[in-house]
Design a protein around this ligand. Structure first.
Ligand SMILES: [Ca+2]
Ligand SMILES: [Ca+2]
Ligand SMILES: [Ca+2]
Length: 344
């Protein structure tokens, strides 16, 4: 897809793009963690939009169902990362993340694939033509560049109304969703270091390998591999964007350049200051797509997942890792004549 390409007939064009762009690279996408396509009828689509009659109790997401970061410099870090030594189970890790978000403190998702799953105590309504919810991050721009560490965003409707995120995830397509350099269903496996102070080795679904560096000048915990993960390796799968991480040849400063829109922790055009927080990205439920990249219409969602979308290291700054500091319902209501927004 060329940058200037405009798609007005979304669904047909998507199929053409998929055929032309080698959407899913062979060797990736076979992992069972990647959401399988759902039949159209069971995908929670609706032609009608629910209109809320009672205001929600809390604009903020109130629950953290899962916190599974990739390895990273803030993982297990009891100093700047704010973790505690008693995080020894996934449940304790989720409770820690819930407490952090409740205080608007950052939760780092680590390197590529690390994710957090949160829930609201009400449905976030799809306004169909406006931003519906926001995610606080710590991205910034400054004179030497800045830091955008994009996280892909996924939404889920509580289709079976049991209050749990056990339904179908739909990715919100961001600006680079259809870009040929984007790898959907990219999997990476991280391995627990054999000794303290060692980097975390990884292998990916393309046959590549590498490591998440250990930055002993800044973070001195034993490992950057999550302490509460019992297995000696674990695999994370998601949408990988081509990193925009570079060292400025003039200044030597590392820069993580922003993406246009549609990602958390990113200085995109959807970025704003909100509710006392300096940086938030806003999202439209109408950007939801299914596993093949086809638009999906969801009347409302209850759960959001954010996942680090790049695999990159910025020298002494360490791995590129998405941070989130809260999830916020914008409470935008659908207009009577709202039609699904189609971006160009
Ligand atoms: Ca459910
Ligand atoms: Ca980070
Ligand atoms: Ca960040």
């Amino acid at each position: 897809m060329t940058p200037g390409f405009k798609y007005t007939v979304v669904k047909d064009t998507v199929f053409l793009l998929l055929a032309a762009a080698s959407f899913c690279i062979p060797g990736c996408g076979g992992d069972s963690d990647f959401p399988a396509p759902e039949p159209y009828e069971s995908a929670g689509r609706s032609e009608t939009t629910d209109v809320r009659t009672e205001p929600p109790a809390n604009r903020y997401a109130t629950e953290v169902f899962e916190y599974t970061p990739a390895p990273g410099q803030y993982i297990n870090d009891t100093r700047t990362g704010g973790m505690t030594a008693d995080m020894t189970s996934p449940e304790e890790a989720a409770l820690w993340a819930k407490d952090r978000l409740g205080r608007k403190l950052f939760v780092s998702l680590g390197a590529f694939g690390g994710y957090i799953t949160v829930g609201f105590d009400h449905e976030v309504v799809n306004s169909r033509e406006d931003y519906d919810f926001a995610i606080f991050g710590n991205a910034f721009l400054n004179a030497t560049g800045g830091s955008s560490e994009p996280g892909s965003v996924w939404v889920m409707q509580d289709a079976n109304t049991n209050g749990l995120p056990d339904d179908t995830w739909y990715e919100l397509r961001g600006s680079d969703y259809y870009d040929p350099t984007t790898i959907h269903g990219y999997s990476i496996t991280y391995f627990r270091p054999s000794a303290p102070g060692q980097p975390v080795e990884w292998r990916d679904c393309l046959g590549a390998s590498g490591s998440i560096d250990y930055l002993k000048a800044f973070h001195t915990q034993d490992y950057y591999y999550p302490a509460w993960i019992a297995d000696d390796s674990y695999t994370l799968t998601g949408t990988r964007l081509q990193a925009r991480t570079a060292s400025d040849p003039q200044t030597g400063f590392w820069v993580n350049a922003p993406f246009a829109w549609g990602y958390a922790d990113n200085m995109g055009e959807d970025c704003t200051a909100l509710d006392g927080m300096p940086q938030a990205n806003r999202f439209r439920i109408s950007d939801a797509v299914d596993a093949e990249g086809n638009p999906v219409e969801l009347s409302a969602i209850s759960f959001v997942k954010v996942q680090t979308a790049v695999l990159a290291q910025a020298g002494s700054l360490g791995e590129v890792s998405t941070e989130v500091l809260g999830f916020y319902d914008l409470m935008t209501q659908p207009a009577d004549n709202a039609v699904p927004m189609i971006r160009e």
